[in-house]
Write a protein of this length. Structure first.
Length: 139
């Protein structure tokens, strides 16, 4: 595509912005107010980071992103979505013989245990703090 004039450049830019805005508003976002029974948590196993001082985009202070796993979840309209879950991890403390359960001290509506693939996805010597949820794509 050639953008010969400023007017063509402006049209292209405005069209691109509207297209991006439409995509962003069509993609459902996770929220701290949702319960574990919500469709987007169909593969979540852990305490949601939105309840531990983090978000679905950033880990709480003192923790860093670990590994991730994916699930295919069906929304209320029957649409399938690819959802990524990623644990936020912190170093294991010297006085800890093993990592504490990340669901301890987690609010009840934030402690999700659905289709748990394994206890956590943190590297050796790291303990899970919480789990992030990110809706990746429509299937």
């Amino acid at each position: 595509m050639t953008l010969g004039t400023r007017r063509n450049l402006f049209r292209w830019l405005v069209g691109s912005l509207f297209g991006l805005a439409g995509h962003l508003t069509a993609t459902p976002m996770a929220s701290a107010q949702l319960s574990c029974s919500d469709w987007r948590f169909c593969g979540l196993c852990g305490c949601r980071c939105t309840c531990r001082g983090g978000s679905d985009a950033s880990c709480p202070n003192g923790s860093s992103p670990g590994s991730a796993w994916w699930a295919r979840c069906r929304d209320a309209r029957g649409q399938l979505w690819l959802v990524r879950y990623r644990d936020c991890c912190r170093p294991r403390r010297h006085n800890e013989p093993r990592c504490p359960d990340p669901l301890v001290h987690c609010p009840t509506d934030c402690a999700c245990q659905r289709n748990c693939p394994q206890p956590h996805w943190c590297p050796t010597g790291q303990c899970a703090v919480c789990t992030q949820t990110l809706i990746e794509a429509r299937c």
